[in-house]
Design a protein around this ligand. Structure first.
Ligand SMILES: Cc1ncc(COP(=O)(O)O)c(C=O)c1O
Ligand SMILES: Nc1c(O)cccc1C(=O)C[C@H](N)C(=O)O
Length: 407
C-alpha cells in the first residue's frame, strides 16, 4: 500500500480530523512550522474584530471593567493551566517568554541567597542562555552549562536554579522532567522549565513533578498569533515569597490606589509588569480555548502517530536523511529534525513547493507536526515532496541559496 493510500485510511479514522476545518490553512500549503508560528484559528479574526469594534471602539476605557480586560491575563493563564498540569491560580499570560525568564530567574536567585549558579545546557534556545548572561553581567548570576547527560552531576551547592527547555527547539529531544526536578531539589536548587515546544502538543504535569517555575510561548502550539503573550507559572507554595524584579504597577496589589510604594499582588498577578496587551490576549484566548477543546492527550497521540507515519513515508520513498531527533516517538516533542549540509536550500526548495518547514543553523531541516490541524495526507505528500526535491537536485538553484533574515 502506498503512503497516500494508507494516509487516506488513517485520515478517515482520525477522531481529530474535523478540527482542521477550524483553522485557516492556505490552499496548496503543507504547514510544518506550527512549532514556530501556529496556524490561525478561523474564530480569531471575528473575536479580534469584536474586541476592537465593540470593546475598544464603543466601550472605550469602560471596557477595563465591563469587558473584564483587567482580569484577562489571569483568565487566559487559568485556561492554559490545565494544559500543563497546573492549578488555575498558578499561571498568568503576560509579556514575552524572554521577559518571563528574566523575572523568574531573578526571583529564583533571590530565593537561594548564597548561591549564584544557574545551570542549563549548551545549545538550549538562545534567549534562555542570553537571559542568564544578562543577569550575569549585572553580577547577579553565574551561568553554568553542562551537557544533558552531565546535568545531574553538575548540581552542586552553588546552583540556585536548574533551567531547561523540556522539548529541545532544534532536535525535539525531551528531558525527563520528573527526574531532573527531583535531582535539582535534592541538591537544594529550584527548577524552571521552558515549555515553549511542549504546551499544546504534549502532556506536561508541572504540579505532579513538583516544578517551581515554568514559562512558554503563546504563538506556537497555542496558536495565539505572531508575538502573542507568553505565560509564566509559579508553584502556589512560592507565590507569597516570590520577588520579581520588574515591579511595574500592574503587578501591584492595588494598582488603582496609585501609591508611591510598591506592594506586590498576593498571587500570580504579581508576575505582571505593565498594562496587558488586550488584543494579543484576546487572540491567544481563542487559540487556547481551541487547543483545550481538542485536548492535550488526544493531540499528543496524534502527534506521535503523524511523526511515525511521516518516517514510514520517507522510507517508502527510499529517503535516508540523518535524523537528529530521538528515534523513539516517546523521547521527542512534536517535531522531526534532519541534518544535511544543504539543509537551508532544501528547506527553501520545499517552501517553494508549499511545504513550509524551517531551517535551524547550521545544518538542520526542522519539521513541526502541529497535531491540531495536520492530516496524514499532509505527511504522505510532504514525504513525497522531500523525495522529489532530493532526487531532482532542484535545491541547487541559486534562489534557494540566498539566506533570508528570518529562517
Ligand atoms: C524554547 C524557546 N524559548 C523561548 C523562545 C523565545 O520566546 P520569546 O520570543 O517570546 O521571548 C523560543 C522561541 O522563540 C523558544 O523556542
Ligand atoms: N519567535 C519567532 C519569530 O519572531 C520569528 C521567527 C521564528 C520565531 C520562533 O519562535 C523560533 C522558535 N522559537 C524556534 O524554536 O526556532
Amino acid at each position: 500500500m502506498t503512503p497516500d493510500t494508507r494516509a487516506r485510511e488513517f485520515d478517515a479514522a482520525d477522531p481529530l480530523g474535523h478540527f482542521r476545518a477550524r483553522f485557516r490553512l492556505p490552499e496548496g500549503v503543507i504547514y510544518l512550522d506550527g512549532n514556530s508560528l501556529g496556524a490561525l484559528p478561523k474564530a480569531t479574526p471575528g473575536t479580534l474584530a469584536r474586541v476592537v469594534e465593540s470593546e475598544w471602539g464603543d466601550g472605550l476605557i469602560r471596557s477595563w471593567n465591563d469587558a473584564n480586560w483587567f482580569d484577562m491575563a489571569a483568565r487566559v493563564g487559568a485556561k492554559i493551566a490545565p494544559l500543563i498540569g497546573a492549578r488555575p491560580n498558578e499561571v498568568i499570560a503576560c509579556d514575552s517568554t524572554s521577559v518571563n525568564l528574566f523575572k523568574l530567574i531573578a526571583a529564583a536567585l533571590a530565593m537561594r541567597p548564597g548561591r549564584k549558579a544557574v545551570l542549563s545546557e549548551p545549545g538550549n534556545f538562545p534567549t534562555d542562555l542570553y537571559m542568564i548572561a544578562g543577569l550575569e553581567a549585572q553580577g547577579l548570576a553565574q551561568r553554568r552549562l553542562a551537557p544533558r547527560e552531565q546535568l545531574a552531576a553538575a548540581l552542586d551547592g552553588d546552583v540556585a536554579l536548574l533551567m531547561l527547555t523540556h522539548a529541545h527547539y532544534k532536535t525535539g529531544a525531551l528531558h525527563d522532567m520528573a527526574a531532573l526536578t527531583r535531582a535539582a531539589h535534592d541538591a537544594g536548587a529550584l527548577v524552571l522549565w521552558d515549555l515553549s515546544h511542549s504546551t499544546g502538543a504534549l502532556p506536561v504535569d508541572l504540579d505532579a513533578v513538583g516544578a517551581d517555575f515554568a514559562v512558554g510561548c503563546g504563538y506556537k502550539y497555542l496558536c495565539g498569533g505572531p508575538g502573542a503573550p507568553a505565560f509564566a507559572f509559579v508553584a502556589e507554595q512560592h507565590q507569597a515569597e516570590l520577588q520579581q524584579p520588574l515591579t511595574g504597577w500592574f503587578g501591584h496589589a492595588a494598582p488603582f490606589a496609585f501609591s508611591d510604594d510598591y506592594a506586590g499582588a498576593a498571587g500570580i498577578e504579581r508576575l505582571q509588569c505593565g498594562t496587558p496587551p488586550v488584543l494579543g490576549l484576546a487572540a491567544l484566548e481563542v487559540g487556547v480555548d481551541l487547543i483545550a477543546e481538542i485536548g492535550v492527550d488526544r493531540l499528543y497521540a496524534k502527534s506521535q502517530a503523524l511523526s511515525e507515519f511521516f518516517l514510514e513515508s520517507l522510507m517508502a520513498h527510499d529517503v535516508a536523511l540523518d535524523l537528529v531527533s530521538p528515534p523513539r516517538a516517546a523521547d521527542r516533542g512534536s517535531q522531526l529534525s534532519f541534518r544535511h549540509p544543504q539543509a537551508y536550500a532544501i528547506c527553501q526548495a520545499l517552501i517553494a513547493r508549499g511545504v513550509i518547514g524551517d531551517f535551524r543553523a547550521p545544518d538542520v531541516l526542522r519539521l513541526g507536526f502541529a497535531p491540531a490541524y495536520l492530516s496524514f495526507a499532509d505527511m504522505a505528500a510532504a514525504a513525497r515532496h522531500i523525495a522529489e526535491v532530493l532526487a531532482s537536485g532542484e535545491w541547487q538553484r541559486e534562489e534557494f541559496n540566498q539566506r533570508a533574515a528570518v529562517t
